[in-house]
Design a protein around this ligand. Structure first.
Ligand SMILES: Nc1ncnc2c1ncn2[C@@H]1O[C@H](COP(=O)(O)OP(=O)(O)O)[C@@H](O)[C@H]1O
Ligand SMILES: [Mg+2]
Length: 249
């Protein structure tokens, strides 16, 4: 598979604080990559440097073969790279429906499809997006991604604070987005869901990549799972516990 997104030796800073050191990773075309690791590891920062919210201090980022580090965020978005940030990804001051029309632009055909996936959003169409429940806001952010049809969807903590049934539904939507040919870079605390969907797992800790490989390979490396992801993600975890958040959170 060709690399769609390629980070090479990326360093990122917040002032003097070094948040990412020598981060290299690939999202192959059509693949789902799960970016996992403890709080403060730098996961959200990876998404921020890719989408242009934060300029990397060093390193190279290419998307579909073009250098994107240093480009403004809107130019990167226009290339087909969508970023749903943690707890956001909507316009809170617009109605639910206007959030969808803004995304759809002149082509309204995707709006019906998005509302079919999340019928509750049709019921809430006139409501200000900022007053939707947490789960409805996440649905709306994903609905916007369905309409935009990005080549790469980056989603940060989609499941944070949501009930398990809703999380399962949102992961089903991610699988559908992927089935239509999009690639996905996923930051998640629900390690069980992420490992089931992902082709490749990247573990980040203290701003450095600790592991890159397939989920099955990670499951055999119990020490890594225990050190970075908590026991709930481990190979001995069964059933519902495996789908739950790690005990660190
Ligand atoms: N705006 C900021 N200013 C200063 N430090 C920040 C800022 N955002 C994040 N950090 C720090 O950078 C590190 C990585 O943060 P982040 O990428 O949000 O981690 P994660 O998403 O893995 O929890 C953390 O130590 C965090 O405190
Ligand atoms: Mg984060």
């Amino acid at each position: 598979m060709r690399p769609l997104l390629h980070l090479r030796g990326v360093e990122a800073r917040y002032g003097r604080f070094l948040a990412l050191q020598d981060v290299s990773l690939i999202v192959p075309e059509g693949a789902v990559v799960a970016l996992l690791g403890p709080n403060g590891a730098g996961k959200s920062t990876v998404l921020r440097v890719v989408s242009g919210m934060l300029a990397p201090a060093r390193g190279e980022i290419t998307f579909a073969g073009r250098r994107i580090d240093g480009l403004p965020d809107h130019a990167i978005a226009r290339m087909g790279l969508a970023h749903i940030p943690e707890g956001s990804g909507i316009f809170p001051g617009l109605s639910t429906f206007d959030n969808l029309t803004v995304t759809a632009g002149g082509d309204r055909s995707g709006i019906g499809r998005a509302l079919e996936l999340f019928p509750i959003l049709a019921e809430r169409r006139e409501q200000l997006a900022g007053t939707l429940s947490g789960g409805e806001q996440r649905m709306l952010s994903l609905a916007r991604a369905v309409i935009a049809r990005p080549r790469l969807l980056m989603v940060d903590e989609l499941s944070l604070g949501l009930a398990p049934r809703l999380v399962a539904q949102l992961f089903g939507t991610l699988a559908a987005i992927r089935a239509r040919g999009a690639s996905i870079l996923l930051v998640e605390q629900y390690v069980g869901h992420a490992l089931r969907l992902a082709d490749i797992v990247v573990i980040l800790s203290k701003g450095r990549v600790q592991f890159i490989g397939e989920p099955g390979e990670l499951a055999r490396k119990e020490h890594l799972v225990e050190a970075y992801l908590g026991r709930a993600a481990g190979p001995k975890a069964k059933g519902r516990r495996a789908a739950g958040p790690s005990p660190r959170d």
